[in-house]
Design a protein around this ligand. Sequence first.
Ligand code: PLP
Length: 436
Amino acid sequence: MKRDRSVQLFAEALKVIPGGVNSPVRAFRGVGGQPFFAQRASGARVWDVDDNAYIDYVGTWGPAIHGHAFAPIIRAVQETAERGTSFGIPNPLEVELAKLVLAFVPTAEKVRFTNSGTEACMSAIRLARGATGRDVIVKFAGCYHGHADSLLVKAGSGALTLGNPDSAGVPADLARHTLVLPFNEPEALRAAFAEHGARIAGVIVEPVPANAGLYLPRPGYLELLRELTAQSGSILILDEVMTGFRLAPGGAQEVFGIRPDLSTFGKIIGGGLPVGALAGRADLMDLLAPLGPVYQAGTLSGNPLAMAAGIAALKALQDRVAYQRLEQLGAALESGLRRAAKQAGIPVQLQRIGSLFCGYFTSQPVWNLDDAMSSDRGRFAQFFHGMLERGIYLAPSQFEAGFISTAHTEQDIEQTIRAASDTLGDIQSGRTRPVV
Ligand SMILES: *Cc1c(COP(=O)(O)O)cnc(C)c1O
């Protein structure tokens, strides 16, 4: 595959942008080689600047549940842009998207829009602290909640891929207030609440952790979390930036029947434009400025283009048909990949829920970060590059989930399984390709 223009652009980017990228995982550090530059995307396909086509399982890291350049979103953005790109004045689209979010999410009584998932999580933490008058936040190793200071402690996603889950620049005085627990271990949770319960402002958790690969909550674990937070008067924050609108209209909280006090959203809620949201109990949400003492703001928050894109994205999910389709495609991909791994005799833990999936190169079942770390990352890098050469774009890290969209077809899934079968066969027989 020729990538001359991408190679040239990356050399230029390195001179003017740190690491050549505006978000670290994109740099391919987790797999070696260097990134391609995107020229355009449509449906389940991305084309690079050298005109190579890829079947895309990154979907702009989650937002593209309808595939790229989804016609209703493009139309909504174009029509809205004609009337101005930003007002900094309340606009009707904010009210329309807010009503949609409340209709989708069972526990959302009020919603505040932000520009990113990071902002939403940062604000949720501040709100939990403001509401309880307590400082301690509980998070789980390997969960990623964006890059705000309190949350960059044992974080997942790029922080984990690059081996710096504890960022430089976060004051120890602040990190001290973040208590990190292993996910899926009820005893650790009970012990933490027994010792610190009265000091815990809130717990933030990805109900289905998808930023250290993908693993599911053990039965009863989220329920225990709800019970302990309620008993100690702590705020339960479900970070549904990844799972919201993807696993079901009401996200993971609908799938698992959990009622958080607050939820955070991002990705799909903006239809590919920069949006995040914080939603939940009205009495808590009303503590936000201008009604209450917890400050939260944004020059571009509620931006009309972003709201219009979000409305179009959510409306296309309203009848639930998309979720059946995603489940079908996901099941087909899962069984095909399982077969391919078995044929090649390579141990892979294939994880999936709906349209989210991940294959860990390990023989150990994966229930938390420690298990995920047992995967063979060198093997993942070989697999990633073998797939890329065959026109299949997976996230360039063992610690990211794959995303299926409604624009993927059965043929795309079959082509992906064939590519995986060939790539795993190569790995098994020691035939690996040079990394570009
Ligand atoms: C992506 C993500 C975030 C951060 O959202 P940004 O829009 O990248 O700031 C937070 N939490 C989870 C679970 C995510 O997957």
